[in-house]
Design a protein around this ligand. Structure first.
Ligand code: SF4
Length: 544
């Protein structure tokens, strides 16, 4: 073990959101989106003898006010939408003499860009990687040093060890509190757009899952656990036995993401018995990715089969969110959108979450194809959250045609009629009102208003039209002004050049293989893996 020569003052900042511009839903839920890896990092650093200050930034506070000024090293964990905020904070702390490190989804997806603004950029992260960085703890400029483990390690610190960090994050959740847990990494499926499609499925020790749940019950009488597994329940029976070993029926409520193929009726019976309250399957498309819905059907056939399955799930689990990816190359004309409306008619209890097709740098091999075809639009990272921008030019639609259908579908999905039908089709106070709040907040009406603005700008603003059609890479004022607004007082710390990035860096790196990645010497004591980097802000509510 590389012992760090001296005790360091370490800051750990988990950027759950990109700005202080919080919707009602964000104010209620952001603290429940805290990632597990920054908390794991806190455990490793304290076990190595360092002083740790952990902050989960939820948008309602000033991140700088909660972090000491005199840090030796600052670790920032961020999804891509919070990259500009991370770059500004790193720049400010580097001017104060602090060494800065970026980890998490953005670091894994855009290392070439991030290393211009951080001293270290981490890929797969384990204890050895962290100790390597802490031991050296030196500025690396103008380009940061890339450090990564060969793969995700096999186990995690116990919940008991990271409990103080869990509590610190949940203190910021005003009403509902989700305790973040994870029992497996990677996924056996290979959805072309997903960052986990290239990570081998790996359970993290079912004894540990039982021990963590038993510990949790000593802390909270009736907790809600949010499972961060990319695809919960792959080893279903082992998982349920681990839960049943530690938890008396009805003592813990669970939320998880599982593909439809894992949600058979016998499994649903057992999920209900063990208190599963919400499930978030990925349907994604009516013309693609059928394997994870266990169907070869497409089009209306798939709609009818999946709607039946979703209604079955709602007979056992009170809350369901169904994830869709809009704009895939298999989509053409009105049909994909009309079929989704048909699905909502047949399964009114489902809350639809629409992700716009997005290429997050190195997240998925498919992104190389989009880059080779020069279809990636260089939207600044702030807008890459699957909703505020679609950075892949659609194959079968013009932008106006796509946004017309997107606005139409969103209106249909969050109309008063849909809200009433969803209210009537779900049981239980919390599921009912969660759906109403989400529909009336940033995820429903907020999105409709935003998509309508983009649609209007496509007609009225030649700069926006030209930028989205690839005729110019000059960022339209509409977007630069939003970044300035989102960053607020931190905007002046955004380094020069950090507003834009090279959308084809991944492709160029494969050709040139320019990025030297340092791997700590093998054979060190087994360390813990990086958090599950779902590249969308709603950590617990991403695609599965
Ligand atoms: S989208 Fe879900 S099912 Fe598909 S690879 Fe990713 S985690 Fe697995």
């Amino acid at each position: 073990m590389i012992a760090s020569p001296r005790r360091r003052t370490i800051g750990i900042l988990d950027l759950v959101t990109k700005s202080a511009r919080n919707s009602l839903y964000g104010r209620l839920m952001n603290a429940n989106l805290a990632s597990i890896m920054p908390q794991v990092l806190g455990v490793w650093c304290e076990e190595a003898g360092h002083r740790v200050r952990y902050v989960c930034y939820t948008g309602g506070e000033d991140p700088l006010a909660e972090l000491p000024d005199d840090l030796d090293i600052l670790f920032i964990g961020a999804f891509t939408q919070a990259a500009q905020l991370a770059y500004a904070i790193s720049n400010l702390y580097r001017q104060r003499g602090t060494v800065t490190v970026l980890g998490g989804p953005h670091a894994r997806c855009y290392p070439e860009d991030a290393r211009q603004y951080f001293d270290y950029v981490l890929g797969f992260t384990d204890r050895a990687v962290v100790q390597e960085v802490l031991a050296e703890c030196a500025p690396h400029r103008p380009e940061g040093r890339m450090v990564a483990a060969a793969r995700q390690p096999a186990e995690l610190p116990p919940l008991e060890a990271r409990w103080k960090f869990v509590e610190a994050a949940l203190r910021k959740a005003p009403t509902i509190k989700f305790v973040p847990m994870i029992g497996s990494l990677g996924c056996p499926y290979t959805c072309s757009f997903c960052i986990d499609s290239t990570v081998d499925y790996q359970p993290l020790g079912f004894e540990q899952v039982s021990a963590d749940l038993a510990f949790l019950l000593t802390k909270v009488k009736h907790p809600i656990v949010g499972w961060h597994d990319p695809n919960f329940g792959v080893r279903f029976d082992d998982y349920m036995e681990a839960v049943e070993r530690a938890v008396p029926p009805g003592r813990i409520r669970h939320i998880a993401e599982s593909s439809l193929s894992l949600l058979s009726e016998p499994h649903l019976v057992r999920l209900r018995k063990n208190g599963f309250q919400a499930i978030l399957p990925g349907i994604e498309s009516w013309f693609d990715l059928g394997n994870k819905s266990k169907t070869r059907r497409t089009g209306l056939d798939k709609v009818q089969q999946v709607a039946e399955h979703v209604n079955l799930i709602l007979r056992y689990v009170p809350y369901i969110q169904t994830n869709f990816v809009l704009g895939l190359d298999t989509d053409e004309g009105d049909e994909p959108f009309e079929l989704t409306k048909r699905f909502l008619d047949l399964a009114p209890g489902a809350f639809p979450a629409y992700s716009l097709l997005s290429a997050f740098g190195r997240a998925a091999p498919l992104n190389l194809e989009y880059q080779r075809a020069n279809r990636v639009v260089p939207f600044p990272f702030t807008f890459l959250n699957n909703n505020h921008a679609m950075n892949v030019r659609p194959k079968n639609y013009t932008w106006p045609a796509f946004y017309d259908r997107l606005v139409d579908l969103s209106r249909y999905s969050f109309s008063w009629r849909a809200i009433r039908r969803r209210l009537g089709a779900t049981e239980g106070m919390i599921p009912k009102w969660m759906n109403v709040v989400r529909a009336m907040s940033s995820e429903g009406w907020g999105r409709i208003s935003y998509h309508r603005t983009i649609r209007r700008l496509l007609d009225e603003d030649a700069g926006v039209r030209g930028f989205m059609q690839g005729e110019t890479d000059r960022l339209p004022e509409f977007y630069s002004r939003r970044i300035e607004h989102d960053l607020g007082p931190l905007y002046r710390h955004l380094p020069a050049g950090a507003m834009m990035h090279d959308p084809n860096a991944y492709l160029k790196s494969t050709a040139e293989s320019t990025v030297p990645i340092a791997r700590p010497a093998p054979g060190r004591r087994a360390a813990r893996p990086a958090d599950h980097p779902r590249e969308d802000a709603t950590a617990i509510l991403g695609p599965t």
